[in-house]
Design a protein around this ligand. Structure first.
Ligand code: ZN
Length: 99
């Protein structure tokens, strides 16, 4: 729990993450820094090999009922939504910026 990890993209942006809940995280994410400038780069996991004192900017979480209601309202693509549901049913966590 509260395990800090990081993801590095080819432009060497790093995204510091935390596991809020127990479950499976992904090996790759879309680099949020690149995404903010309209580029699409994959960032790869440091596999938890990261000093634990870093402050995370993003979290892996297991959606609560309220989270699902928000996702349902935000995601117009219902087939994407059912993919997320299947992913979570199989023990996968979802990824979001920490507010
Ligand atoms: Zn990047």
């Amino acid at each position: 729990m509260r395990k800090i990890n990081a993801y590095i993209c080819p432009a060497l942006h790093h995204t510091i993450t935390v596991c809020k809940d127990e479950g499976a995280t992904s090996m790759f994410i879309k680099c949020p820094t690149c995404e903010a400038t309209g580029k699409n780069e994959k960032a790869i996991s440091m596999m938890g090999n990261v000093h634990q004192h870093f402050t995370p900017t993003h979290e892996w979480y297991k959606p609560t009922l309220e989270d699902w209601n928000n996702l349902n309202a935000d995601i117009a693509n219902k087939s994407l939504l059912s993919q997320l549901e299947l992913h979570v049913k199989r023990g996968g966590l979802l990824f979001r910026p920490i507010k």
